[in-house]
Write a new protein. Sequence first.
Length: 102
Amino acid sequence: MLRRPAATRRRGTRQVASREDLFERPAHPYTQALLTASLPEAPGAKTGLGAPRGEPPSPVDPPSGCRFHPRCPKACDRCRAGAPALDAIPPGRTVACHYPSA
């Protein structure tokens, strides 16, 4: 079983965490959406964000900034302007999001 799974999306890691943190406290909206859509009984799926709406962006012509911003309920001008770096957040997680959940 994986000890530190990662949530990835076209050409980029969105979140890396322990198994428990990834499923119980997902920090990235994409991770939260994956849990809601595929494992609605998982503790982290109860975030209220729901599954992503709309169509995924084209891999040939991706959006500017964060690639998830067209489908993210937290997206704002900062997300459209620049892609977030994969940064460390406590406790021992990394996430590529300008506004990660705690």
